[in-house]
Design a binder for this molecule. Structure first.
Ligand SMILES: C[S@@+](CC[C@H](N)C(=O)[O-])C[C@H]1O[C@@H](n2cnc3c(N)ncnc32)[C@H](O)[C@@H]1O
Length: 307
């Protein structure tokens, strides 16, 4: 049933460091400071939107279309005069859309989670006894938190721009048997992670790099917050092979997918982005196919990259 191929791009030279968790230095400066820094690094005038050009090189469908199609589930970029840094990278949506998407993830992913469970179990084993501080970007409803069960020392920061995910993620942490002090939900985006440099033993992303506005910036941020020797775990759906029938269909359906699935792209070569990100300790990328998803989301990559 499953096609599996491993590409070891370079051998990990080191593993997760076991430096001690220091909560005081983890949460960084104020949002205003972050926004100023982020805008500066993107050379944007204050108040302008950085998401007009997507990292796939195309104008972002939702934002491009919203002025002419007001029924789309996206607020006008000018809706709020004081957009925070998350809104710079994650288009604003109405509350009903955020709630609906969170509800869909909490109820509609059960067969996917059952199929992917064995991959996740093996991947998360890499963290056993090594990672005390973990950042999960795009934590969503928290389907990965159960893989930390049994690790009493782990402290997981679950970050997501959709605050409607919080109640589901906290419930998942509780169901996984995590102590309340071992899970913290944070509002934020992968492109501007509000954590210190070299502060995390591990960063986790599952089905997220398809949705961020800027994959390269997100990977740079992941490298920045990882401690030397830290490990990035990922599972992502990716574009089908160039020129294939599946790929043509993905190209056609991609704009619709962005509307119905909160900016998710069907045609990202996320594996190439991860390979190109330059993780010093090496990158392992595996290909597989997941059958419980609609076939346009079937091709997956998963693996680990070491700082
Ligand atoms: C398809 S869901 C996956 C959620 C969860 N990781 C999982 O495996 O079920 C994508 C998640 O990424 C979040 N997201 C979207 N844009 C993001 C960004 N720029 N940075 C971080 N997370 C983002 C969404 O709010 C959503 O929770």
């Amino acid at each position: 049933m499953m096609k599996m191929m491993t590409r070891v791009l370079s051998s990990p030279s080191s593993h997760v460091s076991s430096l001690k968790y220091s909560p005081r230095r983890v949460i960084r400066a104020s949002r205003d400071h972050l926004r100023a820094e982020t805008l500066k690094s993107h050379q944007l005038p204050s108040g302008s939107s950085s998401t007009s050009l997507c990292s796939c090189g195309r104008k972002h469908f939702l934002e491009a279309a919203s002025p002419t199609m007001p029924f789309l589930p996206i607020c006008s970029p000018n809706a709020s005069r004081s957009k925070d840094v998350s809104e710079t990278f994650h288009p604003q949506r109405p509350d009903w859309y955020k709630e609906l998407f969170a509800w869909f993830l909490s109820t509609g992913m059960r067969s996917y989670e059952a199929e992917i469970a064995e991959y996740k179990r093996k991947l998360f084993e890499k963290l056993a006894g090594k990672a005390e501080t973990v950042l999960e970007i795009g934590v969503g409803t928290g389907p990965n938190l159960k893989y930390f069960a049994g690790n009493e020392n782990v402290c997981v920061f679950g970050m997501d721009p959709n605050h409607k995910m919080e109640k589901y993620a906290c419930e998942s942490a509780r169901e996984a048997g995590m102590k309340p002090e071992n899970f913290r939900f944070m509002h934020g985006v992968g492109e501007a992670i509000p954590l210190d440099d070299d502060s995390m033993d591990s960063v986790v992303a599952t089905l997220v790099l398809c949705s961020v506005s800027d994959v390269t910036q997100t990977l740079n941020e992941i490298k920045r917050v990882l401690k030397p020797g830290g490990i990035f775990l990922f599972i992502e759906h990716v574009a089908a092979k160039d020129g294939s029938f599946f790929r043509h269909v993905q190209n056609v359906l991609d704009p619709i997918q962005q509307v119905v699935a909160d900016g998710c792209h069907l045609t990202r070569n996320t594996d190439l982005h991860i390979s190109a990100a330059g993780f010093d300790g090496g990158t392992e990328i595996n290909d597989t196919a997941i059958y419980s998803f609609p076939w346009i989301i079937r091709p997956h990559v998963y693996g680990a990259a070491y700082k």
